[in-house]
Ligand binder design. Structure first.
Ligand code: ADP
Ligand code: MG
Length: 463
């Protein structure tokens, strides 16, 4: 029918605009490399802030003692306790607790959020075995993974530049987040010192390095997306401090804010951005991270419902609700292998209250998920290519046998199999066989928590 072909043409047009041919991905890798240089050259020199982390030494494996970590960066936060046993014993034990953040605290007051976190941490500390209680006068030490853009002022302090990923609390912006947390800890009398402030990419890099000395970069694909890597300190013109003994400095790229004319942006992406909490910002993140993938699919489906009666002669009301289609549900739809696409049918019914969908309708829905996930995964691969280019590891030099391991983490990478496989295949394709043999993408399962605890250990005031 005419309506059906109209629906198909909306999908086709969307697919064309989402196209990521290998040549375009190479241009994006080059653009990422160029922006990395610019961001390292001067403050504000690029959309990539290329933040200096003050981490100039990554874990060696010798770290010892009991350390805490706190991971705030999305809809949940985690508290961890890690018992490190040094070279021989490694991680002896670890326990964690996960708490979801009530949505009203994500847009309320700074005090409200940090009081809530401090209270959860205090409750977790209560379960500490007595043998580990610190002697009087000694403070417990904590690595604080705070995954929002921070202008670091030392290893253990930094001011919030802006919120992302659905957080929006005006009075925290410009404040030292360690100061905010410390105030709340003191208020409830919890004796703990923040020894290291990092974000999840730095934590993942540190955790990855603890287990594998070839780890040179970390990428997070979760609610948001970001990357960190090890740079040579003398290649950072904006760094005015001393060159560290290691010669290295870890850089938090804040790559979610990457932007380039080569990015395949569609009208749907432009509308999503315009209606977001942070219009004009985090454009790369809005194309590929877990917070947004399902929402992009919803927007295309809504257009098809409105302009081509894709779900019948009325537009399903639920389809008009922003963010109602979450990326984990999109992933279930995309991975449905049943002959009648039963999972797709159930998801459409349960989430969008659209019942009795035909098989051919379901197939189109799956195809849309594929278009959106494929674009995102391929863009992520192009970003990784950019990092490898920047540090000269995208090609194999004659006689050299260096290995480059990239630690990947985040719920999207971990659970969205088709996304992960597409990312890995695209990276191989971009590198070519020879260089691809030297680059390994490794899932660092919750490396960020352990990484923060490790950095707290290596920056302990009792060393
Ligand atoms: P955060 O990024 O908030 O720190 P995670 O790394 O755990 O937390 O990532 C959570 C995100 O991962 C969710 O917001 C969601 O977008 C994505 N995600 C979780 N489970 C799945 C899944 N099964 N399929 C696809 N994406 C998922
Ligand atoms: Mg996280």
């Amino acid at each position: 029918s005419r309506k059906w072909s109209r629906a198909l043409s909306i999908v086709k047009e969307f697919e064309e605009k989402c196209g990521t041919p290998i040549g375009k991905l190479r241009q994006l890798g080059d653009a990422m490399d160029v922006e990395m240089h610019a961001g390292l050259a001067s403050e504000g020199g690029s959309k990539l802030s290329m933040l200096i982390s003050y981490v100039d030494n990554l874990p060696t494996g010798d770290e010892e003692g009991l350390f805490y970590a706190l991971d705030l960066g999305g809809t949940n936060f985690r508290v961890l306790r890690v018992h490190l046993g040094g070279k021989e014993k490694g991680v002896i034990g670890q326990e964690f607790d996960e708490v979801s953040i009530p949505p009203h605290l994500m847009t309320g007051s700074s005090e409200g959020l940090f009081d809530f976190i401090a209270a959860a941490l205090a409750k977790f500390v209560e379960s500490e075995p007595e043998v580990f209680h610190p002697p009087s006068g000694k403070l417990r030490e904590l690595g604080f993974t705070f995954s929002f853009p921070v202008k670091q002022t030392s290893i253990s302090s930094g001011t919030l530049i802006k919120w992302t990923k659905g957080f929006s609390i005006e009075d925290t912006v410009g404040e030292d987040v360690v100061g905010e947390l410390t105030k709340s800890l003191e208020k409830i009398g919890l004796n703990m010192r923040v020894a290291a402030l990092v974000n999840d990419t730095i934590g993942t890099l540190a955790g990855g390095r603890f287990y594998d000395q070839d780890v040179i970069a970390a990428v997070i694909l979760g609610t948001g997306t970001n990357a960190a890597y090890v740079e040579r300190a003398h290649a950072i013109p904006k760094w005015k401090g001393l060159i560290p003994k290691s010669g290295d400095m870890v850089i938090n790229m804040e790559w979610g804010n990457f932007r380039s004319s080569h990015l395949p942006l569609t009208g749907y992406d432009q509308d999503l951005d315009a209606e977001s909490l942070n219009p004009g910002e985090q454009i790369f993140e809005k194309l590929l991270s877990g917070m947004y993938l399902g929402e992009i699919v919803r927007r295309v489906l809504l257009k098809m419902a409105e302009e081509a009666e894709f779900f019948g002669d009325t537009v399903p009301p639920k389809l008009k609700i922003p963010f109602i289609l979450r990326t984990p549900d999109m992933s279930s739809i995309h991975h449905d292998t049943s002959p009648d696409l039963k999972v797709v049918g159930n998801k459409l019914r349960d989430i969008l209250e659209i019942s009795n969908t035909s098989l051919k309708t379901r197939k189109i829905v799956v195809e849309l998920c594929d278009i959106v996930a494929t674009r995102g995964a391929r863009l992520a691969a192009a970003g990784i290519l950019g990092i490898l280019k920047k540090i000269g590891r995208d090609t194999v030099k004659a006689g050299e046998k260096q290995k480059s391991v990239i630690a990947l983490d985040g719920g999207l990478f971990e659970h969205y199999t088709k996304f992960r496989v597409c990312l890995e295949e695209t990276l191989k394709e971009l590198l070519g066989d020879e260089a691809a043999d030297t680059v390994v993408v490794k899932h660092a399962n919750d490396g960020s928590g352990i990484g923060a605890a490790l950095l707290a250990a290596s920056h302990s005031q009792y060393l």
